[in-house]
Design a protein around this ligand. Structure first.
Ligand code: KG4
Ligand code: ZN
Length: 357
């Protein structure tokens, strides 16, 4: 099944063509026009600028995705089986550009359309074929129940899946998402935007990556032992702020602060995920979202699961599919199309707070 997918929920304009077969998704093209360089000077995404950039980028990006997949504007309507579009959650003015374009193409090309939740896309990045996938047991078929820790700048969820497209949120953040916390901490440490990669790079400079060499620097692990699977990272951010205020020499210890901050986030994420995996006796655990790009998180996640609760499969997406992209939207879209979950183009609506269900 050939699907053209479009993603524009935040600051990346993205289009992809994917081929879905049985339980796997092959990516024929995956084009992302990133606006990171534009937003960098504001140390965060400026919605008005993002919206304007999407309008400039959307058609060239879609065209490039079609061409790279061996299609063109003439052959696409005959060869494609559906269009998948992110309808939320995200920035309303960013989402609208992708949605209006997808609706127009669906109408003109007479193609069915699937409305995809951005977070479902991040989760389904794990179904994209990849030789580099980390697995204890490499399995082609999905093994349910599966537990997914999906962490990005906008969300921080533990999701239980009993089967395809059956999402149950068992843990959420009470305030900031881990990616957002990384971004804010990086700003405090003067490390730039986006903060996740900047903190990871600074932390890697301290002896063994992820290990803080300065025993004086100790940050809290919020909600580590709470009797639920929720997260809270705003206190950790404030703890870092106060620690920096107290320490006149903090500028000489940026790698140590970055390493301790990163480790505090990783400790909480992994501890909660293991507890949830044990409770729900899951067969597969997965990481997804922008923060799953963090190499220390990947490494420690796998090691911790191998040493405690060993599921039959541990996965995280291939590099290109961790931060925002359209291939992941195509992957979720394929499973929806396979289940005939289409929406009439007239009924496709933007929902900046679209719940995962
Ligand atoms: O999934 P994504 O591209 O966009 C959202 O849906 O939010 O995630 C972006 C987030 C940013 O907060 C960024 O700082 C974080 O992912 N991120 C990382 C790393 N790379 C990206 N966080 C930690 N370590 C990384 N290597
Ligand atoms: Zn995202």
């Amino acid at each position: 099944m050939l699907i053209l997918s479009i993603e524009s929920s935040c600051d990346e304009t993205a289009a992809a063509v994917i081929d879905g077969r049985r339980d796997n998704v092959r990516v024929l093209s995956n084009v992302v026009a990133s606006q990171i360089a534009i937003h960098q000077k504001y140390a965060g995404v400026v919605p008005e600028i993002a919206a304007r950039e999407h309008i400039l980028n959307i058609l060239p990006v879609i065209n490039e995705a079609l061409v790279k997949a061996g299609l063109d504007l003439k052959t696409a309507p005959k060869k494609l089986d559906a269009i998948a579009i992110t309808t939320g959650p995200g920035l309303i003015t960013s989402l609208m550009t992708g949605i209006e374009t997808a609706k127009t193409l669906a109408y003109v090309w007479k193609l069915p359309i699937v409305s995809v939740n951005h977070i479902a896309g991040h989760i389904y990045a794990n179904w994209i074929e990849s030789e580099s996938r980390e697995s204890l047991v490499v399995s082609q078929n999905s093994k349910f129940p599966a537990l997914i820790l999906t962490v990005s700048g906008g969300h921080n969820l533990l999701v239980l899946m009993k089967n395809h497209l059956k999402f149950k949120i068992i843990g959420d953040t009470l305030d900031d998402a881990a990616g957002e916390a990384f971004d804010k901490a990086a700003k405090m440490l003067g490390l730039g935007y986006p903060g996740g990669p900047a903190i990871a790079a600074a932390a890697a400079g301290v002896g063994r990556p992820g290990v803080c060499r300065d025993p004086e620097i100790k940050l809290p692990r919020p909600m580590l032992n709470a009797a639920n699977f929720n997260f809270s990272f705003s206190g950790l951010k404030t703890a870092l702020l106060y620690a920096l205020k107290k320490d006149k020499d903090w500028q000489k210890k940026i790698p140590a602060y970055a390493a301790e901050f990163q480790q505090a986030v990783i400790d909480v994420l992994i501890h909660k995920t293991i507890k949830a995996a044990q409770k729900y006796k899951v067969k597969t655990v997965m990481l997804s979202g922008g923060v799953s790009s963090n190499l220390e998180l990947q490494k420690q996640f796998i090691a911790a699961f191998k040493n405690s609760y060993a599921p039959s499969d541990i996965r995280y997406p291939k590099a290109d599919f961790r931060t925002d992209n359209a291939a992941m939207i195509g992957a979720a879209g394929y499973f929806m199309a396979r289940a005939k979950k289409f929406t009439k183009w007239e009924k496709i609506k933007v929902d900046p707070n679209l719940p995962l269900k």
